[in-house]
Design a binder for this molecule. Structure first.
Ligand code: ADP
Ligand code: ADP
Length: 227
């Protein structure tokens, strides 16, 4: 379970202070599929980055399974990211000279697995996203939707409890974006992975079971529905 309490994040830009998060509180249960939706600049990325341990808050707390990330050292945050979180980004962040399977295997280097075991697990993750037949392709040989599937496989390969996806459909057309959201939803259902997705697209957000609206660094709505 994730407990976020009065979370604030300020950025200084010269003389000005930007309140990227102005006091956000929410709880996320294990196994939830939640979308954070709001216009550009509303604080979605900042919130996901803080929950994913990529950055630390200005004040407030994020407690994940009883551990307070806001009090963690850099080393503890790195361990938390490597063991517990899978990240999916808008721009894929795939290594251009590596094949799909080699890209997916990268996070397992930190888990200390040998190469044969890494590639085996990476192939299994590619299978789970329907990309086994593209294992040996390089990113520039894949379509955008396929690249995002590979990056989802990379997020899955360490068996994380939580996947954090920041605008995962931002570089895709509507049809491919919808397929990626459906794939994420299916992985959430089948594997019980908690899934947090940031998107500015209200229609795509509606595919999540919970929709949290953000505006100017504050939560303005939080609705659950069946689907
Ligand atoms: P969203 O993901 O909803 O577009 P962000 O979390 O990226 O929103 O940004 C929230 C606010 O914080 C925006 O005003 C943005 O310009 C500002 N911001 C985000 N990151 C930085 C940064 N590294 N330095 C300065 N301002 C930032
Ligand atoms: P989309 O219709 O999703 O945009 P493309 O038309 O780009 O996809 O690609 C169709 C198929 O051809 C994809 O499955 C992709 O993996 C494969 N492909 C595209 N470019 C190359 C390439 N340069 N080398 C090998 N396979 C490729």
């Amino acid at each position: 379970m994730i407990q976020v309490e009065n979370l604030k994040k300020d950025y200084r830009l010269g003389e000005e202070t930007v309140h990227a998060l102005a006091g956000v509180s929410l709880e996320i249960e294990k196994g939830e599929f939640a979308a954070f939706v709001g216009p550009s600049g509303s604080g979605k990325s900042t919130l996901l980055h803080l929950i994913g341990g990529l950055d630390t808050p200005s004040s407030g707390s994020i407690v994940v399974d009883g551990k307070d990330l806001s009090r963690a050292s850099d080393g503890q945050l790195a361990a938390y990211r490597n063991h517990n979180i899978g990240f999916v980004f808008q721009a894929f962040h795939l290594h251009p000279t590596y094949s799909a399977v080699e890209n997916v295997a990268i996070p397992l280097i930190f888990a200390g697995l040998g190469k044969t075991e890494r590639l085996k697990k990476a192939r299994e993750a590619l299978e789970a996203v329907g990309m086994a037949h593209r294992a040996d392709h390089r990113p520039n040989q894949l379509s955008g939707g396929e690249r995002q599937r590979v990056s989802i496989a990379r997020a899955l390969v360490t068996d994380p409890g939580l996947i954090v996806a920041d605008e995962p459909t931002g570089n895709l057309d509507t049809a491919n974006g919808g397929r990626i959201m459906d794939l994420l939803g299916a992985l959430n259902k089948e594997k019980g992975i908690t899934l947090l997705v940031a998107t500015h697209d209200a229609e795509l957000a509606g595919r999540a079971r919970r929709v949290v609206n953000l505006r100017d660094g504050l939560i303005t709505g939080d609705t659950q529905h069946e689907n």
